[in-house]
Design a binder for this molecule. Sequence first.
Ligand code: NAD
Ligand code: DAU
Length: 355
Amino acid sequence: MILVTGGAGFIGSNFVLDWLAGSDEPVVNLDKLTYAGNPENLASLEGDPRHIFVQGDIADTDAVNRLLALQKPRAIVNFAAESHVDRSIHGPEAFIQTNIVGTFRLLESVRKYWSELQGDAKAGFRFLHVSTDEVYGSLSPAEAAFTESRPFEPNSPYSASKASSDHLVRAYHHTYGLPVLTTNCSNNYGPYHFPEKLIPLMIVNALAGKPLPIYGDGQQVRDWLYVKDHCSAIRRVMEKGIAGQTYNIGGWNEKPNLEIVHTVCALLDELRPRVDGKSYREQITYVKDRPGHDRRYAIDARKIERELGWKPAETFDSGIRKTVQWYLANPEWVAHVQSGSYRDWLQTNYAARAA
Ligand code: NAD
Ligand code: DAU
């Protein structure tokens, strides 16, 4: 079996669902269930003996040691993290605790577990660390996309904490020989995306008749990848990646934020027109920029294509249409995640950004 951490979050839950749709190999899912972890994402697996859910913290060494000894995974995929840049600006502590201390403690547990394995089990074991393109910092408009050899220049507490965890993972390979793999991926979008992030926030705010808050001039560029493509890339790296290597994952799909929001509005205009016949674009509002806002990310994903034969299957047009359709078809999921703590977060982040 494999162990997935953070498998009740956005990407982790898509990964678990896709894994079990394509394989009978069981998944142990260790998740702390922070505000971002949602068991409802995994509701379709209820009663499925191939999915074992364990609520717990990657930083809880005793619990992780017991879990490893009991379940004996052949591989671990580490999604568990605090993942929202704006939250890291308002409160970095949780990012340091989970992304740095948590990854460190998990690595220690995994090193102990792996060092006691024998023969093929030891040789075949892999620890895959899921990371982000944000560790590389920000690009100017004319600069070449990030390759795997680009020096790290993280700019937010979130990206600095992820960069730190990537360094720890690298060091555990170099020093102890732990068979690690690291992936650095661009912005994901798709089903089960928590509506604090740009695309789902725009969809739910548009439908609720609320402002669509654009930070700064809206010309910041991100590379967008459909989440199921990220999951297929991770499976490929697990299967064929060389231990100790890092692989960039991206969608070859750079777009300014404003264009993304216009696309979401156009899809909603088509699929769920406003009752007054006006476009959802009318709700766009320019607000105060994110402090230290990275201007551009772009991923050079040629290594994973050349060495492992992976390419994204979804175009942005098809992926964003599926995403908007998913949110329209799942109003209960949206309503359930809009808890009191979600409303508190909106107040914390947006009250001070008045247009
Ligand atoms: P998410 O915030 O939606 O989910 C994170 C999950 O981790 C949640 O289920 C949460 O409960 C769990 N978690 C948090 N702290 C934990 C802890 N201490 N122990 C166990 N579980 C814990 O995040 P996501 O968007 O799904 O991102 C998953 C991973 O992918 C993160 O490592 C993130 O840095 C990385 N990543 C995300 C993106 C993106 O666009 N979302 C892109 C590239 C890389
Ligand atoms: O690049 C990968 C990263 O992508 C991941 O590592 C992070 O976990 C993930 O959250 C994401 O980070 P971003 O900061 O790029 O994503 P976010 O959705 O928060 O913002 C995308 C862009 O949209 C960014 O330039 C900020 C802008 N934005 C965001 C929000 C929430 C707005 O203009 N308005 C908003 O209300």
